[in-house]
Design a protein around this ligand. Structure first.
Ligand SMILES: [Zn+2]
Length: 431
């Protein structure tokens, strides 16, 4: 027997995303007659309803095989979608099948669905080990924890100009299991999350299923769920209390903080840190809500989720520096720590990260992130001083979130100068 939770659209099926697609590659595509109306870009403009197609992402979690038996179904009344390219490395995606043509090119699968649509089936290996040996996705006989972003692979669609998708998700699990996702839980009606800041082709964020302990709270209209396998040791009530207390300060900086937040944890063998996802985050049960140096691992990850900021080309130290800075600053603003202890925390970070250079990196951690937090503090002071307190680091963060682009070292610097009107002193020794 299976528990089936349909994340439905409109009346019965709640749509995860309603996406509108428009041409970005027109210059290239106009080179051929057939593809002159095809695009692979996503926009949010409302389209002709005749140009709406349905995408259904479906998966059954199977503890016996350690796999999710998954499918992607396209329904269209005419050929709106020409092809979808998925990135599906062989070590995790097996038995890829469809009755319509599939072209396999290394890890890239190009699926050309029939005129009225079709289904692509595949199996996904759930267990995944990080380079340090600990697991960041796992299925056992009693629970499963994984990211929807991985279960349903990254994809690029080639569609008729102006076509739009309505996307839904259906998850199945063994009978006694419950399921929690960033889009809602299996218990009763599941509501829509239309990600207004980031378009995406497929469901994203953490999902946990199994025999779970789940605690829920609301704060100022935002719904928070904390879910972990029974007996995992996660202090769900502490997490909820901490978030009820700090969330207002976060929302002041990031007014578009998602309406739903899911916090998940696994057992003690899992990765002993925090990992953010869309509308959700993973936190190991051993992680304190507030560390010895007063930074908060939970607030750090919540900042990642709420800001949705991403980087490329060596700018990860900015993303991590911001999250670390705000993990301290939001605690101080919500009166969790005094300004005296707040200042001492930065002194501790400064001592710990002394002699750490500010260099470009795609994976900031430890001392480099601590150093990044110090730079963010200096930037806040500089922006306030250059603008006579009319702007601050909060203003900069809001500007970056609105831009909705992968951050680079150059774009970060340019955004600051747009606010202050002068070259940035706090970044003198940074890339
Ligand atoms: Zn981080």
């Amino acid at each position: 027997m299976q528990n089936q939770f349909a994340f439905t659209n409109k009346k019965q099926v709640v749509s995860i995303t309603r996406k509108r697609l428009q041409t970005l590659l027109s210059a290239f595509l106009c080179a051929t007659v057939v593809t002159a109306y095809v695009s692979s870009a996503i926009a949010k403009n409302i389209a002709d309803t005749k140009k709406v197609y349905q995408m259904v992402f479906s998966a059954s979690l199977d503890p016996k095989s350690g796999q999710a038996h998954a499918s992607v179904t396209l329904k269209q009344h005419r050929q709106l979608v020409r092809s979808i390219e998925f990135v599906m490395p062989k070590d995790r995606y097996l038995n890829i099948q469809s009755t319509s043509p599939i072209e396999i090119n290394g890890d890239r699968i190009i699926w050309r669905p029939f005129k009225k649509g079709d289904t692509l089936h595949f199996d996904f290996i759930i267990d995944h080990q990080r380079s340090n040996g600990s697991m960041d996705a796992r299925i056992t006989n009693t629970w499963a924890l994984l990211k929807l972003d991985n279960l349903f692979p990254t994809s690029t669609s080639r569609v008729v100009k102006g076509a739009a998708s309505e996307t839904s998700l259906i998850l199945n699990a063994p009978k006694p299991w419950s399921i929690e996702t960033p889009y809602g839980s299996g218990a009763g009606r599941v509501f829509v999350i239309d990600n207004s800041r980031r378009n995406f082709d497929s469901p994203r964020g953490w999902v946990i299923a199994g025999e779970l302990g789940v605690r829920r709270e609301n704060k100022d209209g935002r719904h928070i769920s904390v879910a972990a396998p029974l007996g995992s040791g996660l202090r769900a009530n502490d997490v909820l209390a901490f978030l009820r207390w700090t969330l207002p300060s976060l929302v002041e900086v990031l007014p578009d903080t998602p309406q739903r937040l899911l916090i998940v944890s696994g057992d003690r063998d899992m990765w002993r840190g925090g990992l953010s996802g869309a509308g959700s985050l993973y936190l190991h049960s051993d992680r304190p809500l507030i560390s010895g140096n007063r930074t908060s691992p939970l607030l750090h990850e919540v900042f990642h989720v709420a800001s949705g900021l991403h980087s490329k080309a060596g700018a990860d130290w900015i993303i991590e520096g911001l999250a670390e800075y705000y993990s301290l600053t939001l605690l101080m603003r919500s009166d969790g720590i005094s300004r005296v202890r707040y200042n001492k925390s930065f002194e501790t970070l400064a001592r710990w990260s002394a002699n750490t250079p500010c260099t470009a990196t795609d994976r900031s951690k430890g001392k480099q992130t601590a150093h990044g937090a110090l730079i963010m503090r200096a930037l806040d002071a500089e922006i306030r001083s250059e603008t006579d307190e009319k702007a601050s680091l909060d203003t900069l963060v809001q500007k970056l979130v609105r831009a909705d682009e992968d951050l680079t070292n150059a774009s970060f610097r340019a955004s600051i100068t747009e606010i202050t009107g002068v070259p940035v002193r706090a970044l003198t020794n940074c890339p």
